[in-house]
Design a protein around this ligand. Structure first.
Ligand code: AMP
Length: 382
């Protein structure tokens, strides 16, 4: 029986534990905080990412290590890989942690991106704005997530305000300016690569964000089949270039049938949560399989599925469970503004039934605004 170590003990680790248990896998988790929610399901020890003594003990207790948190320093992954099998590798983490390296890699692999420029000084910002134009977005290169560390520049006159908001972070985190993409919709491809190079991807998922945080995902994306092949080819090229092992997500902007790469997550991803009930094999199970060298499972969708994120607090569980095809996921976290505390996935035999179920969910849970764009997208293809 193998023991898989996870660095980071949030909801992703928790769902990896839930998926790995039936495979006979045991888990050990390390997190900076003692009350990380995966600790409710598997032994958790607390350590900083540079706590050599505690990480030595952790490494001795496990057969392989993986991540729930993408900002574990690449140096920690490197150090750990001298002691145990680590997947994904340090190069993948380092690349995905830095928006400039990430977009440069996408372009090298033939995936177009928004125009971008690396910004170190105020003068760089002015020069980049002159080239990229407005609207644009100034973001931190590193350690930004869920729309944090971003400033939208609507007109060139916003440059001062943008620098005021983020200029102080230029030295520690770096900055990137990107032109604003007027996309038709956002999508992601969640894929898995095994150590022997076998590659599989789940159908492309359509995503909706509110205030930079994922609100809803619909899979398979309506009319997504037309972009699946291209998206899979890009994901595969990127994974091969990095020597990637495990599940990752590639976030895309879709505009007029063209795909632009936004970012990659070197881990299981929120837009792949629907695979727990909606696919033959979930992203969590396939990640465990890939990292421990088991054969990969089928990534086909079983049903049209919609995942809804619960941000800040959970709605009424029993009202949700009364909706046919609805599945509840409580991460065991205390409520807090902006925090992902749970999600639900609604499955249905066909798109029309899924739209009806979402309508009922929206009405009974007071979540009409959250489900409406998904219902509109489902109706648009009929
Ligand atoms: P990110 O942290 O890069 O994923 O950005 C969070 C969200 O902001 C994305 O999901 C988009 O909705 C939006 N966004 C980020 N970058 C751009 C861009 N260059 N053009 C348009 N929208 C963007």
């Amino acid at each position: 029986m193998e023991t898989l170590g996870i660095l980071g003990g949030g909801q992703l680790a928790r769902m990896l534990v839930l998926a790995g248990a039936p495979l006979g896998v045991r888990f050990r988790i390390v997190d900076k905080v003692a009350d990380a929610c995966a600790g409710q399901l598997a032994p958790l020890s607390t350590a900083g990412w540079d706590d050599v003594e505690k990480l030595e003990t952790f490494a001795r207790e496990i057969d392989a290590a993986t991540f729930d948190f993408e900002n574990v320093p690449a140096a920690t992954a490197e150090w750990l890989s001298a002691r145990t099998r680590v997947a994904p590798n340090a190069l993948s983490l380092a690349t995905a942690q830095d928006r400039v390296l990430e977009k440069t890699l996408f372009r090298e692999c033939g995936l177009p991106t928004a125009e971008f420029a690396d910004i170190a000084t105020r003068a760089d910002l002015d020069a980049a704005l002159a080239r990229v134009g407005a609207p644009a977005i100034l973001k931190t290169r590193r350690e930004g997530y869920d729309g944090k560390g971003q400033f939208r520049i609507r007109t060139l006159a916003d440059a001062d305000a943008a620098w005021q908001a983020l200029g102080a972070q230029a030295e520690a985190r770096g900055l990137i300016l990107e032109n604003f993409v007027a996309f038709d919709f956002e999508a992601s491809v969640v894929a898995v690569r095994a150590a022997d190079g076998e590659f599989r991807a789940w159908p492309v998922t359509r995503n909706w964000h509110v205030d930079g945080i994922l609100s809803a995902s619909l899979a398979p994306a309506p009319r997504g089949a037309s972009i699946d092949k291209t998206a899979f080819a890009h994901a595969r090229a990127i994974a091969e270039k990095l020597g990637y092992v495990g599940v990752f997500a590639l976030e895309l902007f879709v505009k007029g049938g063209e795909l632009l790469g936004n970012e990659m997550a070197p881990r299981v991803h929120n837009s792949g949560h629907w695979t727990i009930e909606g696919a033959v094999t979930s992203q969590f199970e396939n990640h465990v399989r890939a990292v421990l060298g088991m054969p990969l499972g089928d990534t086909s969708a079983r049903f049209p599925s919609c995942m809804l994120n619960w941000i800040g607090e959970l709605p009424d569980r029993d009202k949700l469970l009364a909706v046919p095809g609805a599945h509840w996921h409580d991460y065991g976290k205390s409520p807090r503004v902006g925090r992902k505390v749970g999600h639900a996935t609604v499955c249905a035999p066909d798109a029309a039934t899924l739209a009806r179920r979402l309508q009922r969910l929206g009405d009974t849970l007071g979540r009409a605004a959250q489900v409406q764009p998904v219902i509109d997208a489902l109706k648009a293809v009929r």
